[in-house]
Design a protein around this ligand. Structure first.
Ligand code: FDA
Length: 391
C-alpha cells in the first residue's frame, strides 16, 4: 500500500503518540523512521528507566517564544492520561522526586506499550527508511528507498538536534523551512556548562563533587543538585538553568541553600575558635569543596585568626557565586533542543501549520521545551495526541 490518510515522519515519543491517536480514529497511518528501531531516546531516557511524565506538569514549566502555546495540548492530553495508559499496561512505576515518574524496571516497557497500542490500531510502522524527498504535488508525497507514499496529511515528528550520535537530524526544521514556516533559532538545552581559565582549574580539581544548590539566571532559580565536572558544571540544577541562559551572561550559585552562611560561620568561630577553617567548612559543604574554599578564602590556620569580615566575604561568595560560562557542551550532550518550528506558524489546538493545511509538527521539533523531569515527554505525548486527533 502506498496511499495513507497520514504519514508521520519520526517514530519517537511524539510520532508514536500521533500515530496511536490517529489510528484509534480509524485513520490509515504510515509511520516512518530512519533508525533501525523506534523510540531510541525513550530507551536511553531517565538512565534507562524513562522519566515518562511529571505529576506537576503545567504550562509554566516550558520554554517557548509563546509561553501560552502549549496550554491547549497539555490540557487536552494530561500527565494523568498518560499515567492511565501506563497503568492499563501494568507497568510498575514510582515517583523519584519532584513529581518525576520513572519505570521501576526498564524504559523498554514504555516503548513496548506504545508499539502495542500502535499495532492494535493498525499503524504501519517502517524503520530503516531513508527519507529522500518530501513533496506536495497535491497532498504530500514522501519518497524513501522503499518507494513513494502519499497522504493528505504529513506530521513532522523527527525531534530536535540533540545527540546526533543517536540519529538526531534537522529534517523537521528543513522541511518546515521548505514550506516557509519560520523557525526560532535552535540551541542546546538541558546541557552542562563549560568554563575557561581560573574557574575551570578550580572545577577540574573538584570534578565528581556533587551538592545541593540553587542555580540562578535572571529571574529563574532551580534548587536541585549540581555537579562539578572536568569541563565545568552539570547536574540537574545546572541543566535546568542552562535552558534560560544566554551566551555572555553570568549565572549565580547558592552553595548553601536555606542557610544564613554569615551567621553560621560567625557562630562556629565563637563556639570553636581553635578549629581549622576547612574543618568548619566541611561541616557545611562536601569535603573537597570545603578544602578548596578554605585554601582560596580563609588562609589562616584557626577560626579565631580570621576576622569576621573574611567570614562574611566567604559567606557572600558561597551564597552568590557569580560565574560566566564560556559555553555549553553543545548538542552532543544536550538533552533537548530549544527553539525550533515557530509556534506562531501553528495552531495550538491541532499543531497544524496555519499556512499549509495538512502539515503538522509535534514534539521537540516545535519551539516548546520542558524543564528536566518528564516534562519533555509529556509535551511529546500531548502534542502528538492532539495532532493525531486532527489527522
Ligand atoms: P525523538 O527524538 O524522541 O524522536 C524523533 C524520531 O525521529 C527518532 O526516532 C529519530 O530516529 C527519527 N528521525 C530523526 N531524523 C530522521 C530522519 N532524517 N529521517 C527519519 N527519521 C528521523 N525527556 C523526559 O521527559 N524524560 C526523560 O527521562 C528524558 N531523558 C532523556 C535522556 C537523554 C539522554 C536525552 C537525549 C533526552 C531525554 N529526554 C527526556 C528528552 C526526550 O527524549 C525528548 O524530548 C523526546 O524524545 C522528544 O520526542 P520527539 O518524538 O519529538 O523526538
Amino acid at each position: 500500500m502506498t496511499q495513507f490518510d497520514a504519514i508521520i515522519l519520526g517514530a519517537g515519543a511524539a510520532g508514536l503518540m500521533a500515530a496511536i491517536s490517529a489510528g484509534r480514529r480509524g485513520r490509515r497511518v504510515l509511520l516512518l523512521d530512519h533508525a533501525e528501531e523506534p523510540g531510541k531516546k525513550i530507551l536511553i531516557s531517565g538512565g534507562g528507566r524513562c522519566n515518562f511524565t511529571n505529576l506537576h506538569c503545567a504550562p509554566d514549566r516550558f520554554v517557548s517564544a509563546n509561553p501560552h502555546f502549549a496550554k491547549s495540548a497539555l490540557s487536552r492530553y494530561t500527565q494523568h492520561d498518560f499515567i492511565g495508559m501506563v497503568r492499563k499496561h501494568g507497568i510498575p512505576f514510582h515517583e523519584k522526586t519532584l513529581g518525576q515518574l520513572f519505570c521501576d524496571g526498564s524504559a523498554r516497557a514504555i516503548v513496548a506499550m506504545l508499539l502495542a497500542e500502535a499495532e492494535a490500531v493498525g499503524v504501519d510502522l517502517r524503520c530503516g527508511q531513508r527519507i529522500s524527498a518530501v513533496e506536495k504535488p497535491d497532498g504530500f508525497r514522501v519518497t524513501t528507498q522503499s518507494g513513494a507514499f502519499t497522504a493528505p496529511a504529513l506530521v513532522l515528528a523527527t525531534g530536535g538536534l540533540s545527540i546526533p550520535k543517536m540519529g538526531a537530524t534537522g529534517l523537521a526544521h528543513e522541511i518546515a523551512r521548505r514550506f516557509s514556516l519560520p523557525l526560532v533559532a535552535p540551541r542546546p538545552g538541558l546541557v552542562p556548562f563549560t568554563f575557561q581559565g581560573a574557574p575551570l582549574e578550580l572545577m577540574r580539581g573538584l570534578s565528581g563533587v556533587a551538592l545541593p544548590a540553587i542555580a540562578r539566571c535572571g529571574k529563574r532559580a532551580f534548587p536541585e543538585a549540581m555537579l562539578f565536572t572536568h569541563r565545568g558544571l552539570s547536574g540537574p540544577a545546572i541543566l535546568q538553568i542552562s535552558s534560560y541562559w544566554q551566551e555572555g551572561t553570568p549565572i549565580a550559585l547558592d552553595l548553601l541553600p536555606g542557610l544564613d552562611a554569615a551567621t553560621v560561620l560567625r557562630e562556629r568561630k565563637r563556639a570553636r575558635p581553635k578549629a581549622e577553617p576547612k574543618t568548619i567548612l566541611a561541616e557545611l559543604l562536601p569535603q573537597r569543596l570545603a578544602q578548596a574554599m578554605a585554601e582560596a578564602h580563609l588562609p589562616l590556620p584557626r577560626m579565631a585568626d580570621l576576622p569576621d569580615r573574611a567570614l562574611d566575604a566567604l559567606a557572600a561568595q558561597l551564597k552568590r557565586w557569580e560565574l560566566l560560562p564560556a559555553g555549553t557542551e553543545g548538542y552532543a550532550k544536550a538533552e533537548v533542543t530549544l527553539g525550533g518550528i515557530d509556534t506562531d506558524a501553528l495552531s495550538s489546538r491541532s499543531l497544524e501549520a496555519k499556512a499549509v493545511p495538512g502539515l503538522f509538527a509535534v514534539g521537540e521539533a516545535v519551539d516548546v521545551t520542558g524543564w528536566l523531569g518528564g516534562y519533555n515527554f509529556q509535551w511529546a505525548w500531548a502534542s502528538g495526541w492532539v495532532a493525531g486527533e486532527a489527522l
